[in-house]
Ligand binder design. Structure first.
Ligand SMILES: [Fe+2]
Length: 263
């Protein structure tokens, strides 16, 4: 069986207004340029796209529809989950049909994809409810025969930036306990931190991806923008559970700047 080609996009921070900017970056144009780079190249096309949250920056229907417009005709199913900046009800309504899937789980040609909702209403940090953890445990128990990748917004790991770690996943330890019971889980992919992270936590490899708009500096005590351009992560998932992956940044694109705010 050929490997699964998976494109991770994250933290698009789109606005209803096409001119909307985050940290000085026009987020709609930035996403378009990232997609042009991915789809114009000679490389493989994705079999699936996962958008790991913070689709919207203004909680608007228009921002969610902008993602639909950008990804709806790429020839691959689009799996979405909420970040702290999103309105989960709007996302479920607008990004849950016709080629888009909101939360839940899916089959990816020999692999399982399971998404986890870490959105906590009114908070920047994340939390997985007890019911969601139970659901995850049960879902993974039915998928022992194939490797699984889990997708979520808040990474279940401190990444070494004090300000981001304060607004991370509050019950990461509980999540990792559940995952440890299911060794077929090969990786967790997340967003939120607008930078790349790739380390083992407990039994599982935790990875994050560059934002499609602005990056945050790594290893900082306080908020700081990183001048790297917009990007994405590509994952190739092999039938035997192996993964090769690469984060990419679109050189020549404007980097972010501007006033501090969180996550
Ligand atoms: Fe974000």
């Amino acid at each position: 069986m050929p490997p699964v080609q998976l494109l991770q996009l994250t933290d698009t921070h789109l606005y209803s207004d096409a001119a909307g900017e985050a940290y000085g970056v026009n987020t709609a144009r930035s996403l378009d340029r990232v997609l042009a780079s991915v789809f114009a190249g000679p490389g493989p096309r994705p079999d699936a796209i996962v958008v790991t949250g913070d689709v919207s920056d203004d909680l608007s229907a228009g921002s969610n529809l902008r993602l639909r417009e950008a990804l709806g005709n790429r020839g691959a199913p689009v799996h979405c989950l909420p970040g702290n900046h999103d309105d989960p009800r709007l996302m479920a309504e607008l990004l849950g049909s016709d080629g888009f899937r909101y939360c839940g789980s899916a089959e990816l040609a020999g692999w399982g994809l399971v998404t986890v909702d870490t959105h906590l209403h009114g908070e920047v940090g994340g939390w997985i409810s007890g019911a969601a953890l139970d659901r995850l445990d049960r879902d993974l128990a039915t998928r022992r025969d194939r490797p699984v990748i889990v997708a979520m917004h808040h990474p279940p790991a401190a990444i070494g930036s004090a300000w981001l770690d304060r607004i991370g996943l509050g019950n990461a330890a509980e999540f990792l306990e559940v995952v440890a019971r299911h060794p077929q889980v090969r990786a967790v992919i997340a967003g939120h931190v607008h930078q790349v992270f790739d380390e083992l936590r407990g039994t599982v490899r935790v990875m994050t991806a560059p934002s499609t708009c602005v990056q945050f500096a790594s290893g900082t005590a306080d908020f700081a923008v990183d001048p790297r351009p917009p990007g994405y992560r590509w994952l190739t998932l092999y039938e035997d559970g192996a993964i090769t992956t690469e984060a990419a940044w679109i050189e020549g694109m404007p980097a972010g700047a501007g006033p501090a705010r969180s996550g």
